[in-house]
Design a protein around this ligand. Sequence first.
Ligand code: SAM
Length: 207
Amino acid sequence: MNFFNEAYRGVPPWDIGRPQPVFAKLAVSEDLGNEIIDVGCGTGEHALLFASSGYQVLGVDSAPLAIERARTKASQRGSKAEFMVADALHLAELRRQFDVAIDSGLFHVFSDRERVAYVESLRAVLRPRGRYYMLCFSDKEPVGWGGPRRVFKREILANFSDGWRVDYVRPAKFESAFDERGGEAWFSKVTRTKHLPRCRSSLIISE
Ligand SMILES: C[S@@+](CC[C@H](N)C(=O)[O-])C[C@H]1O[C@@H](n2cnc3c(N)ncnc32)[C@H](O)[C@@H]1O
């Protein structure tokens, strides 16, 4: 996605230079296994946070400039977090599996069709009972507010209705330069089950 790479020539509004509060809390409140993938990691604040908590972390992003900056931060901070350019819609190509996937601000950039591919892609890199933690802007933001697509709770439930268990979808805040009060968001936890999903094309409702 060239739009994102171009955005990293400056400091994009979502790149606040620190982890989102919900992920900072998660890092100290739950046992997340050993291996974590940060999908759409940007310049790496969340991957670096979880690596500093002792997890083995891979951050992936499609924007080469973001990955370059994340690697620089890792080397400056002496972090073992790894970073690579990769497409979130084709994570199977990594040929690796993780206990947890985190996503801060990626799900809400995708179209309906991409979301279906993304959920399948996540499934390919999460171990059975692996967990996906996701922060996205919510429908509580006003229509036409100028930021990324607003996500309804029912959309999250529908995307993860088959082969997954939605543990929670909680109201949260998204810190960004879009709004100094913090944007209205959903913070979700979803667990991969053993059950194999059926065909998901019925979820493609717009475009
Ligand atoms: C809103 S930003 C959030 C970045 C970071 N997680 C954060 O919290 O600062 C969304 C990120 O997803 C990345 N992205 C967009 N589409 C992608 C794709 N198909 N595969 C991997 N990364 C993607 C963008 O380059 C961007 O860094």
